[in-house]
Write a protein that binds this ligand. Structure first.
Ligand code: MIG
Length: 788
């Protein structure tokens, strides 16, 4: 009914904006705790509590004292902090370090301020309330200066000011355009940038939530048709600190194995063992690097998860071992639907052990997916997640180390596209309807899969790719952006989408390179691969019935171009790996909008067609056909064209040339990036570790080299290699000093090669105090070796 006038039926208008909104009203009773305040109001119950000196939570329940222990996203428990409570006539003030909540009681309104008294979040005529049908809503004042980032996986531009968004995990095969709202992931978190200062807001409700940043009357609001009004405020004051505070609550990404960051090749589907072997031999013959090959739904026996089709894949163990020998991993798809088949083990166990989602009356819920009529594990139950995780022994025993979760919104082939909202999730004795917790199905499936694989792999890191998720999904998986198409517009759209996923705590993301549905063409594949070189997740994937889009599918020129950029991915691997490591610690993403580094520069506020890798590298992809130049915004400072060594003054827009073989990349002067050499996969050890220093006029720069074995959890107990290297420079003289090494891991490389760019006037280099011999390479580059 989407495309008929029924979509604008007058009866569709949301109650929430109607007349039956009931404000929480005045406070009628107060209970004070050490770090919280509990209020009884005319129309509801409210708890305000502090999690840390920068994070507070507000919960309102219209009917009863709020439930505080029901989050699926938050893994942090409140720190035992001292909250100062002051009571004044008609108000309370709670202060904990960097954040103050000022609560007026008649009517209830909550204002959050930072330690300098600057208002972060305030309420005007309307505050929190609910409507007769149980919908809960919260209004906040917006400022003319506000810019909004985050909201997870959304179409449209970077800044979500003026947008209206719905969170309801949905399998959207088509279309993906600016009007497409709910997609596969729901992350009801955003941050506000206001005059250079940032704060965050996380509305933790896994039902169908709405955000309206378009009210136009000086407010924005968020609401949900079910559950409690439950939100967290993060004090910032920088965007990076907000990310730290948000990932403090919901967790950071575990460091992926190196192979997960390499180039991946997929297709719906490589259907037989023979086809897979043929594919791999092409990569080897053509010397195109590849770290993983995917098996889509055709590998299974009648789409039964935890099986292989014996005709198509007679000896999966041998196949997987042979590929592993070549440094290539196999990643099979696993969907949640378990085929209703009384002679199939997973179904038998699921029924006998009561693992599937049921109606309240006790009958199992069945939905139609690939295997036909299927039952769906209830991943809210601990024992079901353990069971599901353990089932992955089937894969790990075959030598598989990574899993691809699809259809976990969950997607069902019916009118609503998902499970009946009346179905019950048992949730370890605290049952919820599917309506109330729809958005966590993929998250909990991810948890089951990640934890199961991790356990089965005995100390080796696993890799999970998931289509659906909720806040916190970064703890388990990387996210690809679903069924895009081979459209230039979808290449454009992926840039802000991935940047906002990064701004929502999910650093490991990327779109299907080349586009999933529709036919790709050579130029599109080349440009998309160039972009993919710098997206955290890098996989070429395409749909059944579309033109093949492996690197060699469009002739030799395109193949050469694509190979150049896949090689480049491996050249940049040491830098990317370090950024992954940093993201796993700080929550600050690998791929960033420029605004994250230049929050005072208005030119960055909605800059959606270029991005940064770390703090000092700008990537400006070409996203239109037959286009060989583009405008690039370079913020203040001096920038070096990665390809030509040209130094360009920033603080302005430039026009840059980009023939078909060129992806515009700029490195900030005065900074350092790590490089390696091209290799057929990450299985080949790096022996050529390079630091590229882009010398400025004068100054000092420090870079910390990071490395570890790339595949175990040893780094968690100190088996890593961290070495600070400092560059002090004054045009004619450079001194390089390596600091003491942290960690017990010994890298495969014995010496570092340092390349100094912009070294035209360099006369003298010292390494750790001793005059060093250096080689002059031309283009103002010199080369020096530094012992580890
Ligand atoms: O509805 O498994 O997004 O990547 O190739 C189609 C087949 C189901 C959707 C995924 C896509 C995958 C496809 N799947």
């Amino acid at each position: 009914m989407q495309d008929t006038s029924f979509a604008i039926h007058p009866g569709n208008k949301k109650q929430i904006e109607g007349t039956d909104y009931r404000d929480a009203g005045s406070v009628t009773a107060v209970q004070k705790g050490a770090s919280h305040l509990q209020l009884e109001c005319e129309n509801g119950y409210v708890t305000i509590l502090f999690y840390s000196s920068s994070v507070a939570r507000v919960v309102m329940n219209p009917k009863q004292v709020p439930v505080l222990d029901d989050s699926f996203a938050v893994i942090q428990t409140p720190e035992n902090i001292k909250v100062d409570l002051q009571e004044q006539e008609g108000s309370f003030t709670l202060t904990a370090g960097n954040l103050t909540a000022h609560v007026t009681t008649d009517p209830l309104r909550i204002t959050f301020l930072d330690s300098s008294g600057r208002v972060l979040i305030s309420e005007g005529d309307k505050g929190m309330g609910h409507s007769a049908n149980g919908e809960i809503v919260c209004y906040k004042e917006s400022d003319e200066a506000d810019h909004y980032y985050g909201f997870g996986e959304k179409t449209g531009f970077l800044d979500k000011r003026g947008e209206k968004m719905t969170m309801w995990n949905t399998d959207v095969y088509a279309p993906h355009n600016p009007e497409t709202d709910a997609l596969y992931q729901s992350i009801p978190f955003f941050m506000t940038l206001r005059n250079g200062h940032a704060h965050g807001l996380f509305f933790d409700n896994p039902g169908k939530t709405h955000f309206n940043m378009r009210n136009g009357d000086g407010t924005y609001h968020f609401s949900c048709e079910s559950g409690q009004m439950d939100y967290y405020v993060m004090a910032g004051p920088t965007m990076k600190e907000v990310l730290g505070q948000y990932t403090g609550l919901t967790g950071t990404m575990p460091l992926p194995p190196k192979w997960a960051i390499g180039y991946h090749q997929s297709r719906y589907s490589y259907e037989t063992e023979e086809e897979v072997r043929e594919l791999v031999s092409q990569f080897i013959e053509k010397e195109i690097p590849v770290d993983a090959v995917y098996l889509d739904i055709h590998y299974m026996d009648g789409y039964r998860v935890f099986t292989f089709d014996e005709d198509r894949f007679p000896d999966p163990k041998k196949l997987i071992a042979d590929l592993k020998e070549q440094g290539i991993r196999v990643v099979p798809i696993v969907d949640p639907g378990v085929k209703e088949d009384p002679e199939y083990g997973a179904y038998q166990e699921g029924i006998r052990q009561d693992h599937f989602c049921k109606y309240i009356e006790g009958n199992v819920y069945y939905g139609d997916v690939w295997p036909g009529n299927s039952a769906f594990p209830d991943f809210t139950k601990d024992d079901v997640r353990d069971w599901w995780g353990e089932k992955h022994r089937f894969y790990t025993e075959l030598g598989i180390e990574g899993i691809w979760n699809d259809m976990n919104e969950p997607a069902v082939f019916n009118e609503t596209k998902t499970m009946d909202t009346k179905v019950i999730h048992e949730n370890n004795g605290s049952p919820k309807t599917h309506r109330e917790v729809h958005n966590i199905y993929g998250l909990k499936m991810g948890e089951a899969t990640y934890e199961g694989m991790k356990k089965n792999l005995n100390g080796k890191r696993t890799f999970l790719l998931t289509r659906a998720g909720y806040a916190g999904v970064q703890r388990y998986g990387s996210v690809w952006t679903g069924d895009n198409r081979s459209f230039w517009e979808h290449l454009q759209l992926a840039i802000p989408m991935c940047m906002n996923l990064g701004m929502s705590g999910v650093p490991f993301t990327g779109p299907d390179v080349g586009g999933f549905a529709h036919d790709a063409n050579g130029q599109l594949l080349a440009r998309w691969t160039q972009f993919g070189t710098f997206t955290p997740y890098f996989r070429n994937h395409s749909a059944i019935g579309t033109l093949r889009q492996e690197p060699w599918s469009f002739g030799e020129d395109v193949e050469k171009n694509v190979k150049k950029y896949i090689d480049l991915r491996y050249i940049w691997m040491p830098q990317l790996y370090k950024l992954f490591r940093d993201a796993s610690v700080t929550g600050v993403p690998v791929m960033r909008p420029l605004v994250l580094e230049y929050p005072e520069d208005p030119a960055t506020f909605n800059l959606s067609d270029q991005f940064m890798i770390g703090e000092n590298v700008i990537v400006a992809p070409i996203t239109a056909p037959d286009t060989f130049h583009r405008a690039v915004y370079l913020p203040e400072g001096n920038w070096v064209n990665y390809w030509t060594e040209e130094v360009i003054e920033g603080g302005r827009h430039i026009l840059t040339e980009a023939d078909l073989e060129t992806l515009p990349v700029f490195v900030k002067r005065g900074s350092v990036v790590a490089h390696g050499s091209p290799k057929r996969s990450t299985a080949v050890k790096e022996t050529d570790y390079q630091l590229h220093f882009y010398a400025g006029e004068k100054g000092e720069t420090s870079y910390t080299v990071y490395d570890d074995d790339g595949e175990t959890f040893g780094y968690e107990t100190g088996e890593s290699f961290e070495m600070p290297v400092t560059f002090s420079y004054d045009q004619t003289r450079l001194s390089i000093t390596s600091g003491s090494v942290n960690g017990t891991y010994t890298p495969d490389w014995e010496e570092l090669t340092v390349f100094v760019h912009g070294a035209d006037e360099l006369k003298e280099i010292s390494v750790n105090g001793n005059t060093a011999h250096f080689e002059t390479l031309g283009s103002g580059i010199v080369k020096i070796r530094v012992q580890r």
